[in-house]
Design a protein around this ligand. Structure first.
Ligand SMILES: *Cc1c(COP(=O)(O)O)cnc(C)c1O
Length: 349
């Protein structure tokens, strides 16, 4: 099979080792002679997978016993509501930097007062707001570290005295962060971790138990914590493949992954800036290392460019309809070689 350069925004490219391990587990899971799809999630083989998938996240981020890790379902979109149901008593502060951030705001408003302390909506979300004040009387701050659709990214961590919640769906484990600064981090697996179907949630346990409302069982973080992500049947295959990706990350090291991601992003943005035919859509200092959004100055050439990409075996770079143009998603598993292939097409166009 010829290699396809996969720039898909999500579900997205995964390390080959994770795909291979997934294929093996579909046939013969942990030497059981059975498919992972056919055995009990309560069997010792899968319990070991879940235990390790939770433990490895704590190792990667050097988290202690005050944190716990869950694999839930419902996508990052379910977390828009679960975070609010579990944490929002009276008022929460949100930063609006794009479609996903504003979807989170919409859900939170059902459960209390939402103070949108900053927004970049005035410029079609092409920058990251920086001069915002976090109200000390809010229950928590929520923000989106990387804006998958618009192609902007926080390159700083807000200084925050109240609990801090972050949607890291599209840049989780792409760079070094101090995870201890956060009280809750969530990420839908399908951007940078694994297959669609599970969502990683990392929580500082002491933020729970502060809301007065009655929380439905399936939406209650405490229930999933107490049952170690096995309150009901977990998405076994998604968790298994996610674990394989996390092992790949641990082996490579986040430092190396971050270096690779910077090299890839520099390679593409340098061409966007050098080449007169193209323009970036985001403020330079706020550009995402994961999702690069750009336009052809002569839009009538869009189809011809997509065709040239297809001929070079480049897949998934058509832009999201709310920005137009093109989007190259350069998640952890994408190689520099693939970015170079795209840059070649741009040079020769
Ligand atoms: C894709 C994405 C979502 C939505 O994820 P689902 O798992 O489809 O609900 C939320 N936030 C961000 C930052 C995303 O990239």
């Amino acid at each position: 099979m010829t290699k396809i350069h996969n720039f898909s925004a999500g579900p997205a490219i995964l390390p080959q080792s994770a795909i291979n391990a997934g294929v093996e587990a579909l046939q013969n899971f942990a030497g059981t002679g059975l498919s992972i799809l056919e055995v009990s999630h309560r069997g010792k083989e899968f319990v070991a997978v879940m235990d390790e998938a939770r433990a490895i996240v704590k190792r990667l981020w050097n988290l202690g016993d005050d944190y716990d890790v869950m694999y839930l379902q419902g996508g990052a979109s379910m977390q828009f509501l679960m975070t609010a149901v579990n944490l929002l008593n009276k008022k929460a502060a949100y930063i609006d930097t794009g479609t996903w951030a504003s979807n989170a705001i919409k859900e939170a408003k059902r459960y209390g007062e939402v103070s949108v302390i900053a927004s970049s909506k005035d410029k079609n979300y092409n920058y990251i707001p920086k001069d915002f004040v976090i109200p000390s009387d809010a229950d928590y701050l929520h923000y989106t570290s990387n804006n998958t659709i618009f192609g902007s990214q926080f390159h700083f961590t807000p200084e925050c005295e109240i609990p801090m919640v972050c949607d890291m769906s599209s840049d989780i484990f792409s760079r070094n962060i101090d995870a201890k600064k956060y009280d809750l981090i969530y990420a839908g697996a399908q951007k940078n971790l694994g297959p669609a179907g599970t969502t990683l949630v990392v929580i500082k346990k002491d933020i729970l138990g502060r809301v007065e409302r009655e929380i439905p069982t399936m939406l209650n973080y405490q229930v999933h914590l107490d049952k170690e992500s096995m309150f009901n049947t977990p998405p076994v295959f998604a968790v298994y493949v996610t674990l394989q990706t996390l092992k790949w990350i641990e082996e490579l090291g986040i430092d190396q992954i971050e270096k690779n991601n910077i090299a890839k992003a520099n390679c593409l943005y340098n061409e966007i800036d050098r080449n007169e035919k193209f323009s970036g859509t985001v403020n330079k200092e706020d550009r995402s290392l994961m999702n690069a959004t750009f336009l052809l100055n002569d839009e009538s050439q869009n189809e011809r460019f997509l065709k040239a990409c297809a001929e070079a075996k480049i897949s998934g770079i058509k832009g999201h309809r709310s920005v137009g143009g093109f989007r190259a998603s350069m998640y952890n598993a994408l190689s520099l070689e693939s970015v170079e292939a795209l840059v070649d097409v741009m040079k020769n166009f």
